[in-house]
Ligand binder design. Structure first.
Ligand code: PGA
Length: 259
């Protein structure tokens, strides 16, 4: 029996209209799913309502791709944590590398986002990971340490806090990190969580891997005891691929825990 239930989060990014997202959600609801793996779907904001309706009562959680740093007010175009909560969202991505790179968001923004989510009882899925240049320069551990600093203001972890290790060079490139690399980084992250919040919280915190997860590489990645599931973009848009990923996540681990 695993200590941490595995979780697969489908990040649909800016790819589906609400009608198409609802149809894909219904296809996922219709397929058989292993009971031992949790599944969450993060569609675009306008699709939350229709995807939420399709997921209602199915045990598949509704997730959102982002949240704004402020609670409420004159912030045209932004979406608050209370709006997401009202829409039925349970889990929210924070710190995705596409927001770091394209929108210039940084750790202080992520800290505020996690505060807003905590106020509303929503779980953050905090995404961290190094660029190719940072890995090549041997700076991966430093980069992750700096990214964990978004939690500096928290004396206890935000409820439901989950991590996603997503090396930037692996996202959408078809070049996933190797299981060994991922296992090592997850162990490093878990040690960082232990320093911050204590060993028992570290042992119960889920750390997902993201970056070109596919039906081909998932069995190897999910064989790692340190890998608690996946944050999946491209492959999460194909129902039969999601079924394959869930099956891989349900399989027992063979790799050693390195924490
Ligand atoms: P990918 O995206 O699976 O398409 O690489 C992962 C992500 O960005 O969360």
């Amino acid at each position: 029996m695993r200590v941490r239930r595995r979780l697969l989060v489908a990040n649909w990014k800016m790819t589906r209209t609400p009608a198409a997202a609802a149809a894909l959600a219904r296809a996922l609801v219709a397929m058989a799913r292993p009971a031992e793996v949790d599944l969450a779907i993060a569609p675009s904001f306008p699709a939350l309502d229709r995807v939420g309706a399709a997921l209602s009562g199915t045990g598949i959680a509704l997730a959102a791709q982002d949240v704004y740093v402020e609670k409420e007010g004159a912030f045209t175009g932004e979406v608050s944590a209370s709006m997401l909560k009202d829409a039925g969202v349970a889990l929210v991505l924070v710190g995705h590398s596409e927001r770091r790179l394209l929108r210039g968001e940084r750790e202080p923004d992520f800290a505020r986002k996690m505060e807003r989510l905590t106020e509303e009882g929503l779980a953050p899925l905090y995404c961290v990971g190094e660029t190719r240049a940072e890995r090549d320069a041997g700076r991966t551990a430093d980069v992750l340490r700096n990214q964990l600093a978004a939690l500096d203001g928290f004396s206890a972890p935000p409820p439901g806090l989950t991590f996603a290790y997503e090396p930037v060079w692996a996202i959408g490139t078809g070049l996933a990190a190797t299981p060994r690399m991922v296992g090592d980084v997850h162990a490093l992250l878990r040690a960082g969580i232990a320093v911050r919040f204590g060993p028992s919280i570290a042992a119960s915190t889920r750390i997902l891997y993201g970056g070109s997860v596919s039906p081909g590489n998932a069995p190897g990645l999910f064989a790692e005891a340190e890998v608690d599931g996946g944050l999946v973009g491209g492959a999460s848009l194909v129902a039969k691929d999601v079924a394959a990923l869930l099956a891989a996540a349900a399989a027992p681990t063979t790799g050693a825990a390195r924490a």
